[in-house]
Design a protein around this ligand. Structure first.
Ligand code: TMP
Length: 246
């Protein structure tokens, strides 16, 4: 008989898109619950996308399982999907960084540097941001991240860089196989008590830019950020292609 995992109420964290709960009798696990709430511009714009929590839970779990089965040197925190919107995850120490990989120039990089929107990079561009709402999640470099105490040392930075590049290669090829261009994405990492790096949080249309390969239609949170409409339709389309093709 499969084990029942019971949430300890109330939640221990209530984020913009997810809630976290401890698990009764399992101090090494958490339950992540995905919400329909959506925000942009560091919380300046709020809304909901119908069934986003369902789509993101399913999409992220498919992609995390794909990464766990891929020949790469990093695991994810995924343990088991326990309901349409809830997933059992490994409890790890979160690293306060947002790690971004870009294959095509768009978004903030086009405001910061003279790249044309839609220009393909010759090599993936890698960036790290200090994850702190009060500071507006600023771009940092490896030395600053170490001085801030976010990273232990340059080896940890190097491990994150290599993992992010490997994850990009796996995801880019997979999305290409389902007619989607992986434009860019953000991932987060944590470390286990043994010091192993793991991918945490989610990989979903909230955290990636995904364009239909034929039409270049945006199938991600940019529909909400830019008031393009049909957000739920875009998330549903990604869910259908990712989870049916896995
Ligand atoms: P950016 O172009 O706004 O810097 O975003 C790069 C990628 O990171 C894009 O796929 C959206 C994602 N992202 C998040 O998931 N969370 C964030 O807070 C930000 C700023 C970007």
């Amino acid at each position: 008989m499969s084990e029942v995992y019971e949430k300890v109420l109330p939640h221990i964290y209530d984020g913009k898109a997810n809630r976290l709960y401890e698990v009764k009798d399992h101090p090494d696990l958490l339950i992540i619950e995905r919400k329909d709430d959506v925000t942009a511009g560091n919380g300046a714009k709020h809304g909901t996308i119908q069934d986003k929590g369902f789509y993101n839970n399913k999409i992220s779990n498919c992609l995390f399982q794909m990464l766990d089965n891929a020949d790469i040197n990093v695991a994810t925190h995924f343990v088991q999907e326990i309901s349409d919107r809830e997933t059992l995850i490994q409890k790890v120490e979160p690293i306060k960084l947002e790690v971004v990989v870009r294959n095509i120039a768009t978004g903030s990089i086009c405001k910061r540097l003279p790249f044309a929107d839609g220009e393909e990079f010759k090599n993936p561009v890698f960036e790290i941001y200090y994850k702190d709402d009060a500071w507006g999640d600023p771009l940092v470099n490896d030395v600053e991240a170490i001085e801030l105490g976010v990273l232990h040392n340059v080896d940890e930075y190097e491990d994150i860089f290599v993992a992010a590049c490997e994850i990009n290669a796996v995801l880019k090829e997979f999305f290409q196989s389902i007619g989607i261009i992986l434009v860019d994405f953000k991932i987060e990492f944590g470390r286990t008590a043994q010091g192993c790096l793991v991918v945490i949080d989610e990989i979903s249309p909230d955290t990636c830019r995904l364009w239909d390969a034929e039409t270049r239609k945006k199938l991600d949170k940019d529909r909400f950020r830019q008031d393009l409409g049909d957000e739920a339709g875009a998330y549903r389309e990604v869910y259908r292609r990712v989870c049916e093709q896995k």
